[in-house]
Design a protein around this ligand. Structure first.
Ligand code: PMT
Length: 404
């Protein structure tokens, strides 16, 4: 997603400048060509050499540096950029850009570029709330500048409040979002992710190994591509994706309730959650005591949420997943038919690099029209985009069909 993209990272003078180092690492890891532009005051906090080493490109510091001008120049940098990110951004830089001041390399480049500009402010909370700053930020938003809001926390000045630099991984996600084609704009995508937990008693439950990685990757990708996204998630250790409405549930019954409620407004559904097929017939009110050598548990079937959705499909596009340990294609195909789906993503969860918990997956995608495609091992992040590419094709062909 970042491969081959030219990203200009403007670093301004704040204590959070050192956190921009991590941002450079993320951009480089993502495959971007990164050029760092530092203001005078940024250089008081971090040396250009640090950024140069990590970005593997010379760091640009001065507007009138003859060598830089000859080799790359601010206009050429501005022209080549796919995205300009200013992180951290001080109140000063936001004020200057908002009023058309172009008196150093960074402000001149921002003024000259036609690339999207993403600004991650970091400052004292009083400065952040100052009406002059607010007006400047609003003015830039009106002109289409993008912002990643700071968070609330302990600030370098000793204050606790708004204005703390956002996590670099979230800024990176927002940068990906700014670079993505918005081919899902106007769609309302419902994604489910993670496991469900079915309680036996107050201390024990039945569950599975789902980490939520697959579903969260799909939710992030759909949001990047312009969709309004609702994520219904079982208990996982992942941070809620930014810009996504995240509903946390625990049991299959709660997942069903939240999913069916959100289904009403959804135009696309992707069901990556590993929902427990059974729950204990009775949840004991107190901890089940050890009695004999064996314990028999009576279980009863949970409703199949995806099958319920399939019955009321309308013109929604519905994508299911199939976690199999044998008979991958036959089992997936019968689920696709039984649940009235447009597409099913089948993974053999016994294969190394596939299924639960890992960052990668190996899948076969089966479609309602009989099309079957095997995919090699790949990052779940990339697979998420492949699944959504297929959703876009279906949508462009005239949405999902109600029945065969
Ligand atoms: O979360 P990760 O660690 O990244 O792992 C990813 C994954 C292995 C969980 C994912 O790739 C996956 O396969 N998800 C579906 C798991 C599953 O429950 O498969 P299934 O074959 O049992 O169910 C088929 C489909 O019906 C699924 O879309 C499931 O969400 C849905 N279902 C199942 C049972 C039920 N009661 N209600 C449902 O909606």
């Amino acid at each position: 997603m970042m491969t081959g993209k030219v990203v200009l990272l403007g670093v301004t003078g704040g204590i959070a400048a050192y956190k921009a180092v991590e941002l450079v690492r993320l951009f480089v890891k993502g495959g971007a060509e990164v050029h760092v532009l530092m203001t005078e005051s940024a250089q008081q906090f971090v040396t250009p050499l640090t950024f140069q080493t990590l970005s593997r490109n010379p760091v640009h510091t001065g507007l009138f540096n003859l060598i830089e001008e000859q080799e790359i120049g601010h206009i050429s940098l501005a022209d080549r950029a796919d995205l300009v990110v200013i992180a951290p951004a001080t109140a000063n830089i936001v004020g200057k850009i908002a009023h058309g001041i172009a008196d150093d390399l960074l402000t001149t480049t921002v003024m000259a570029t036609r690339a999207p500009v993403l600004i991650a402010p970091a400052m004292n909370s009083n400065m952040y709330r100052n009406p002059i700053y607010r007006e400047n930020e609003d003015r830039l938003r009106k002109y289409g500048y993008l912002f990643v809001d700071p968070v609330t926390g302990m600030l370098a000045c000793g204050w606790e409040g708004e204005g703390k630099f956002q996590d670099p991984s979230i800024i990176y996600q927002e940068a990906l979002c700014a670079l993505s084609v918005k081919d899902l704009q106007g769609e309302r995508v419902l994604v489910t992710a993670g496991p469900t937990q079915e309680e036996l008693d107050p201390v024990r439950y039945l569950s599975n190994h789902s980490s939520g990685k697959m579903g969260y990757a799909i939710a992030r990708a759909a949001r990047r591509r312009g969709a309004e996204v609702v994520l219904v998630t079982g208990p996982v250790a992942l941070a809620p994706p930014s810009g996504v409405t995240t509903i946390k549930v625990v049991s299959a019954a709660q997942m069903r309730e939240a999913s069916l409620r959100e289904f009403a407004d959804a135009t696309v559904v992707v069901k990556a959650a590993a929902v427990a097929d059974y729950r204990p017939e009775v949840r004991a009110a107190s901890k089940i005591k050890k009695k004999g050598a064996a314990l028999t548990l009576a279980l009863k079937q949970n409703p199949d949420i995806l099958a319920e959705m399939g019955k009321n499909k309308g013109d929604r596009i519905i994508v299911g997943f199939a976690a199999e340990t044998a008979g991958l294609q036959e089992n997936a195909l019968s689920k696709l038919r039984a649940k009235n789906l447009d597409m099913i993503v089948a993974n053999d969860v016994t294969r190394e690099g596939a299924g639960f918990s890992v960052d990668t997956n190996i899948v076969t995608i089966l479609s309602r029209d009989g099309n079957v495609v095997d995919f090699p091992v790949m990052e779940k992040e990339l697979l998420a985009d492949i699944i959504l590419d297929r959703v876009v094709v279906l949508r462009d062909q005239g949405r999902g069909c109600d029945s065969e």
